[in-house]
Structures are given as structure tokens and as C-alpha cells.
Design a protein around this ligand. Structure first.
Ligand code: DAH
Length: 334
């Protein structure tokens, strides 16, 4: 005959087992064992029907209370185990945002900026001043004023990004630094000895030797008595000053609308290989006139070249697209 004490003992044993469950799966299994059909508490419940009214009342009250205790014990243990599981998960997912990546110290300027500054140093050393101009240009300074009229085939040499402002086609992202030639002629007049480093844009697909956004350095000299000899000598002096001993330059005949005669210039490396660098020539009389300068009195030379290719060639990096890399392992090398 089951007594209320028996039920208390069964309940206490069940609570003890629930509290000892090591994880959530074990808890579920234990709960089924201590309250299910096969459990002793389950057997008591099923046997209640055979008891007389007085005994049923007595045992029933105890059974209800003990079942309540068992249920609460299971809920408490579940809460404990869930909290522990959550702590484990949070620990595993924790990101240590205070972790510091060991580096060689502070950051530094990008390779292209470094190169630009080195070139500025070289040219200021040769007596040039540094000038700048806008990246968003008008048609006049980028093309027409540089002796490249509308529909001139030379416009196709420089696929253009147009800016949706003013008359259609009138505002562009400058395709070269040459428009600053005109701006300096307009603003200061001769004598002019300037270099213009800057960013330029072309509507081109990117590949190993082309970027849509890149950098150029432009040089312009306008004075009395300037000759092609001064142009060749300046390029040679710059080559020796920037690249060092053993580097020389050569000029090859070419065509640009804003210079006459025009040439392309290459740099000869000590190993005998050539690096094609840029274009140059004597400033076309039309361009001088467009800049408000009398071509009967003044002559000038100009040249322009890409900085990015130069910077990478110097470090033996073959692919221009590396310029855009944000990988610190690449950037740290320079
Ligand atoms: N602006 C030319 C280009 O981007 C390069 C150039 C050629 C600049 C001849 C010059 C020059 O100043 O005289 O292709």
C-alpha cells in the first residue's frame, strides 16, 4: 500500500535525478523516465482509481504537490542548462575587437602618392613650380582649346566620361593633365615653368596595362627662345635625376594635336630594355594663342606621362590593377 511518504520519496528521488542531468538532452530523457507511464509516480497515478475516497484524497493531494515540485525542478534545471549553453556559444562567437594586428608602425602614403611627391621634388629641383587644375573640366580646356576640335579623330584616342551638366558633352572628367597647360597660360602668362601631377579618367575597361582612373604628370615650359633641344635636355635631366645613373632617354616622332612637332619618349634601363613613358613636343601655336600667349614672341615645350605605370615598373609589379589593392600585405611593401 503506497503512503504519502512513499510519494514524497519518489518525488525527492526524481528531483535529485533531474538536478543531476548533465545537459538538455539528458534532462529531457530523465523527465520522461520520472514522470512517464513506466515511472513509479506514473504507477501511483494510475492506481488512484482503485483507492477509496479518503485514501484517494490524501494521496492525491500529496501526488499533485510532488508532481508540481518535479515539474519546477525540471524547469529550473532546463533554465540553468540553457544559460550555460548560451554562455558557451557566446564565448565561441566572441570577437576580440581590442586585438591589435602587429604592424611595422604607423601607416604611410600610397605608392602612387609617394611617387608623385618624389617627382615633384625632382622637378622643383630643376626649377619647376607645381600647379594643379580641376578634375571636372570643360570641353574647351580638355579638348577644343588644346587644338582638338569637335569630331577630330584624336578625341577617340581618349575615351571620355561625360558629366551631366550644362550643354550635353560640355563637361567631362579630364582625360589628361594637359588642360592645366591652358589654365596656367590664362592665369599667369609667360615665363612658365610648371609641372602638374594629377588624377585623370578614361572610359576604358580595366586590364593589366589600363585603369579607368590613373595619374599623370604634365610639364609645361613657355618662354622666349625655348627650343626642342631644351625639351630633350629636360627629359634627359629628369631621367637621370629620378631613375639614377645608367638610365637614358630617347624621343621617337609621334603625333599629338597640341604639339608640333610631337614625339614619344622612352627611358632606357641599364639592362638595355626600354620603358615607354609618355608624349611630348613643342607647344602648338594654336594652343599658345588659345592661352592668350603670342606665338611670334614665345615658344614652349610640354610633356606628359603616366605615373602609375612608372611607380609599379620601378618595383617590378607587372599588373597596373595592383594600384587599387587595399591588401595591407601589398601596401606595406612600399
Ligand atoms: N596628354 C597626352 C595623353 O594623355 C600626353 C601628352 C602628350 C602630354 C604630349 C603632353 C604632350 O604635354 O606634349 O596622352
Amino acid at each position: 500500500m503506497t503512503t504519502p511518504d512513499d510519494i514524497e520519496r519518489m518525488g525527492a528521488a526524481a528531483v535529485e535525478r533531474l538536478r543531476a542531468a548533465p545537459d538538455l538532452d539528458a534532462l529531457t530523457a530523465v523527465l520522461a523516465e520520472v514522470t512517464g507511464k513506466g515511472s513509479d509516480l506514473g504507477a501511483v497515478k494510475r492506481g488512484m482509481g482503485q483507492l477509496d475516497a479518503e485514501a484517494r484524497k490524501q494521496l492525491g493531494q500529496t501526488l499533485n504537490r510532488v508532481n508540481g515540485d518535479v515539474g519546477r525542478a525540471a524547469a529550473e534545471r532546463r533554465a540553468e542548462l540553457e544559460a550555460a549553453a548560451r554562455r558557451v556559444r557566446l564565448e565561441a562567437e566572441r570577437l576580440d575587437l581590442t586585438e591589435v594586428r602587429p604592424t611595422t608602425g604607423a601607416g604611410h602614403l600610397h605608392l602612387v602618392t609617394q611617387t608623385m611627391e618624389e617627382l615633384e621634388d625632382v622637378f622643383t629641383g630643376l626649377g619647376f613650380a607645381v600647379a594643379e587644375g580641376p578634375e571636372v573640366e570643360d570641353d574647351w580646356h580638355n579638348f577644343t582649346g588644346l587644338n582638338i576640335p569637335a569630331y577630330h579623330p584624336a578625341r577617340d584616342m581618349q575615351d571620355t566620361f561625360f558629366v551631366d551638366r550644362g550643354e550635353p558633352g560640355d563637361v567631362v572628367l579630364r582625360t589628361h593633365t594637359s588642360p592645366v597647360q591652358l589654365r596656367v597660360m590664362e592665369q599667369q602668362g609667360p615665363p612658365i615653368y610648371i609641372v602638374v601631377p594629377g588624377r585623370v579618367h578614361r572610359n576604358e575597361a580595366r586590364d593589366a596595362t589600363h585603369l579607368a582612373t590613373f595619374h599623370q604628370l604634365e610639364a609645361l615650359v613657355v618662354d622666349e627662345g625655348i627650343t626642342f633641344g631644351h625639351l630633350a635636355g629636360t627629359i634627359e635631366a629628369f631621367t637621370a635625376a629620378y631613375f639614377g645613373e645608367g638610365f637614358t632617354s630617347r624621343l621617337r616622332p609621334s603625333y599629338f594635336p597640341f604639339t608640333e612637332p610631337s614625339a614619344e619618349f622612352d627611358i632606357r634601363r641599364p639592362d638595355g630594355t626600354w620603358l615607354e613613358l609618355g608624349g611630348c613636343g613643342m607647344v602648338h601655336p594654336n594652343v599658345l594663342r588659345n592661352g592668350g600667349i603670342d606665338p611670334e614672341r614665345y615658344t614652349g615645350f610640354a610633356f606628359g606621362f603616366g605615373i602609375d605605370r612608372l611607380a609599379l615598373a620601378r618595383h617590378g609589379v607587372p599588373d597596373l590593377r595592383e594600384i587599387l589593392s587595399v591588401d595591407v600585405r601589398f601596401l606595406e611593401q612600399f
